[in-house]
Design a protein around this ligand. Structure first.
Ligand code: HEM
Length: 456
């Protein structure tokens, strides 16, 4: 497992990129694909006299593939929203995309018209090959998805979330002690703490070392997920037939990556699940999401084990990186803005002068709440949301929205919209405080309605 070095795995991306940009391959494809794509464009460009939303001019065959940057693409998507409007249409080969640039439209389509906007894109071949076909994020809107969603909500919905507070408090206190003792390792200590919290809530697993192997395994799976989901990064997503090329051919480092990822994913999903089962057998299991559903089954329930396993690994995968990036964003802002930090400290000193705060203090700490909201706005954990798929032809304000389009909410763009948030690039928690500065005021628009996804 560990014989794949960083250099080797980096070369996977390079070789995939090379393959993708290899002109010879493309030249060979041009003739065959032209006919299909031309027909597709013609079909997709209008319906009932309505026009597709505007967007950057697509290139021959590849469409807008080269217009979409690989890193921090949300900046480009935001510029397009300013230039073309609230819905921008893109095409990468035959894949249609609708980029939503405003909360107004995202709310109308993804939430109010959720019945036809809740599907997910057909699993890209690379995700499947890398072992992520069963992730909620790529699962269609079918009964398997709804079962997993229900399992997730039963354990994490707002009304029951308080039950996870003791774990959060315990691990956070440990982290604060580490910050004091070895401030230089804050980055890793924070990461392992978030991993420890989610591992406990999901699997009842208590980390015992500072650098726990299950956090490592989960992190590696998360990195592989992010690499395999990147639109436009993998040739096999555009030409699925490539999945059958043997690994001894040149430029197939991406296939080795996929095989390695699948193996690691199996260890993460099956291994952690088996660990809970074993602990339950031995009577040492801590209550967790997995033990709860296994107990339900012992008492006559019939939840398929595979659904429990998938959901547990999704909760872990969905929870760690997002929470971590918010905490890193918070720490960054506190180091950059000393006056904000001091104001927050003064509020804390007022409410709990001789102890650490608890969740019960939250309502009495509005400025700190405003900082948390502003961190989410300024640095949304999932800047482009997770793509949805439009299930049938639709229209919006005179524009034609074709069936099968990937619908991408540019959450970062919405959170940095100057019309909603004045000086949007400035970190300013006061935008969420009332004039007296003693209570939260969300009249400017609560970014949490976007940061955690627009559909509900
Ligand atoms: C700052 C923290 C977080 C942010 C910014 C965030 C953001 C998001 C966003 C934007 C989506 C896509 C929603 C959609 O497509 O409609 C999502 C989905 C999801 N999140 Fe989070 N999330 C956070 C924390 C968590 C945590 C702590 C967990 C688990 C305990 C979690 C589990 C999930 C799951 C399982 C999904 C997929 C839901 C689905 O496909 O139906 N997230 N999250």
């Amino acid at each position: 497992m560990d014989n794949i070095t960083q250099t080797q795995s980096d070369s996977v991306a390079d070789s995939a990129q090379h393959l993708f940009s290899n002109k010879t391959y493309l030249d060979l494809l041009v003739v065959g694909v032209t006919i299909a794509v031309t027909a597709l464009i013609r079909y997709a460009s209008t319906s009932n006299g309505l026009k597709l939303p505007p967007g950057p001019t697509p290139a021959f065959i590849v469409g807008n593939m080269n217009d979409i940057p690989v890193f921090e693409e949300w900046h480009t998507l935001s510029q397009w929203a300013k230039r073309f409007g609230e819905i921008v249409y893109l095409r990468v080969f035959g894949t249609k995309m609708l980029v939503i640039g405003s909360y107004r439209v995202a709310n109308e389509l993804l939430d109010k018209r959720g019945a036809i906007y809740s599907d997910r894109p057909i699993t890209p071949p690379m995700m499947e090959m890398a072992g992520f076909a069963n992730s909620l994020t790529v699962m269609g809107n079918n009964s398997d998805y709804r079962l997993r969603r229900r399992l997730f909500e039963q354990h994490f919905r707002y009304s029951v979330i308080d039950r996870h507070q003791p774990t959060q408090i315990r691990e956070t206190h440990k982290l604060l002690r580490k910050y004091l003792e070895s401030p230089e390792s804050w980055l890793l200590d924070t990461k392992y703490t978030i991993g420890a919290i989610i591992l406990d809530i999901v699997y009842g697993y208590r980390v015992t070392s500072d650098r726990d192997e299950w956090v490592e395994i989960g992190e590696r799976a998360g990195t592989n997920f992010q690499r395999s989901v990147k639109p436009g990064a993998w040739a096999v997503d555009v030409l699925p037939i490539l999945r059958y090329v043997p690994t001894w051919l040149p430029f197939t480092g991406w296939k080795t990556f996929a095989l390695d990822s699948t193996e690691r994913r199996k260890i993460q999903v099956d291994g952690a699940f088996e660990m809970v089962k074993q602990a339950m057998k031995e009577g040492t299991a801590h209550p967790s999401m997995v033990s709860r559903y296994l107990e339900e089954n012992e008492n006559g329930g019939d939840i398929p084990e595979v659904a429990i396993m998938d959901m547990a690994s999704d909760a872990y995968g969905g929870g760690v990186e997002t929470t971590l990036s918010s905490i890193y964003g918070f720490l960054l802002q506190m180091t950059k803005h000393r006056s904000i930090q001091q104001k927050a400290q003064a509020e804390l000193d007022r409410i709990c002068p001789d102890r650490l705060p608890t969740f019960d203090d939250r309502k009495k700490l509005p400025y700190i709440e405003a900082i948390a909201i502003e961190v989410g706005r300024w640095h949304p954990g999932v800047p482009q949301g997770i793509a949805h798929r439009l299930e049938k032809d639709d229209s919006f304000e005179g524009q034609f929205l074709p069936e099968g389009s990937l619908v991408i909410p540019n959450i970062w763009g919405m959170c940095h919209d100057e019309e909603t948030y004045e000086n949007a690039n400035v970190f300013n928690p006061d935008r969420f405080m009332n004039a007296a500065g003693d209570a939260i005021d969300l009249s400017v628009h609560d970014p949490r309605q976007m940061v955690f996804g627009v559909s509900h």
